[in-house]
Design a protein around this ligand. Structure first.
Ligand code: SAH
Length: 370
């Protein structure tokens, strides 16, 4: 057996790894004009064409070169599930066999895709199930934008992705370059063309990377706050020990200066008896008054062996009323996709139905749980 082709394949360039700037440089290296980059992006992201031979506005020698040296590969679907509320979840496998999850949340006026940035997570937030599996590796740009491509291809005409939130597995700001390149593609008119208001990066508060982001990529920012004192936040979101609240809020203020009327969305998971006292609500009011902000209260989603329970509905509504009265626009995140483990903090990249693990997915073997 000749193993040369397999080895060679490793050396092929996955063109999904490049944003427009990267593709322009790549084509320049081949002596090709800059517009090749946008032509390729249109084929791949808008026409759904990944076979270089079908890219008819490329010269024959260019097609042959790409065929030999490049490929366009997304992670593979190993499981697809649809929840009773219309949420869809894909478990995807990367070429190294890692598993990640992507979730589509349809609403009346929009369709939001929740995208993962890492395999696992290093940050050890105590209420998050992704944290329990530890950190494995950063996703490549191809694997991040590939989630959007897989989801849009599977949704087809039935639904459109209008918003992307980097709120899946992982801490996106700890995979800075790859996440930024993928977000550029989400917003590029020759790829998915989403407006910067519809692409959101969520961070647990990696302060230096927040400043860097402010300089290089103008997307909407969400911050996982979850506590209003350093004492409690140190426990729930341990990266707070490195970047405490005062520094975090300063970085948020800086980001908010990017545009007039820009607001930062703060996420606050409601944990019974932990961070849901009325004192916490007043602490939130005081803290959020210092930044142009919106607040998103997230009912805690339990997972096996989780040490917490969700705050009562009464308490969540009380928080909402108090905060709104204080002038801070506050919403409660609807828990969606719970019956397929697709809710916030439930993404672990595992195939829940292990009996189907052997299946290489084809449309015929898609598992609709609903
Ligand atoms: N690491 C990034 C991206 C994850 S976003 C961040 O921390 O922002 C996922 C959101 O869901 C975060 O706000 C996270 O804190 C929250 N979350 C995690 N586990 C949860 C759970 N079990 N129930 C509700 N929300 C959870």
């Amino acid at each position: 057996m000749n193993s040369a082709p397999a080895l060679a394949k490793e050396k092929l360039i996955n063109l999904l790894d490049y944003d427009r700037e990267g593709l322009t440089a790549f084509f320049a290296g081949l002596g090709e004009k800059a517009f090749r980059a946008t032509q390729l992006m249109k084929w791949v992201y808008q026409e759904g064409v990944t076979d270089f031979n079908l890219m008819t506005n490329f010269s024959k020698p260019l097609r042959a070169y790409l065929q030999e040296h490049c490929h366009i590969t997304t992670p593979q679907i190993v499981l697809e599930k649809a929840a009773s509320d219309g949420v869809r979840k894909w478990v995807l496998e990367t070429s190294c066999g890692n598993r990640i999850e992507t979730v589509f949340i349809p609403e009346e006026s929009r369709g939001t895709l929740c995208v993962s940035s890492q395999v696992g997570c290093a940050l050890a937030c105590t209420f998050c199930s992704t944290a329990q599996q530890g950190f494995n590796r950063n996703l490549t740009t191809a694997e991040i934008i590939g989630q959007v491509k897989v989801a849009q291809d599977r949704l087809g005409q039935s639904a459109k992705i209008t918003n992307v939130v980097m709120m899946g597995m992982g801490e996106p700001l700890l995979n800075f370059d790859n996440v930024v390149a993928a977000m550029h593609l989400m917003m590029d008119d020759f790829a998915y063309g989403l407006s910067k208001r519809r692409v959101t990066i969520s961070t647990s508060g990696v302060v230096p990377a927040m400043y860097r982001l402010t300089q290089v990529c103008d997307v909407s920012l969400a911050v996982s706050l979850h506590a209003v004192t350093n004492e409690l936040r140190d426990q729930l979101v341990p990266i707070n020990k490195k970047y405490p609240l005062a520094e975090l809020m300063e970085a948020c203020r800086e980001n908010a200066k990017l545009a007039p009327r820009r607001t930062i969305t703060f996420e606050y998971v409601m944990l019974n008896g932990i961070n849901d006292s009325l004192e916490d609500a007043h602490g939130l009011i005081n803290l959020l008054r210092t930044v142009p902000s919106k607040l998103n209260l997230i009912p805690f989603n339990p997972f096996p062996n989780s040490p917490y329970t969700c705050a009562s509905n009464n308490r969540i509504n009380q928080f909402k009323t108090l905060l709104n009265k204080a002038g801070i626009v506050t919403t409660v995140r609807k828990t969606r996709g719970e019956d397929i483990d697709a809710a916030c903090g439930q993404l672990v990249g595992q195939v829940a139905d292990k009996s189907r693990r052997h299946l290489k997915i084809k449309p015929a073997s898609v598992d609709y749980a609903a």
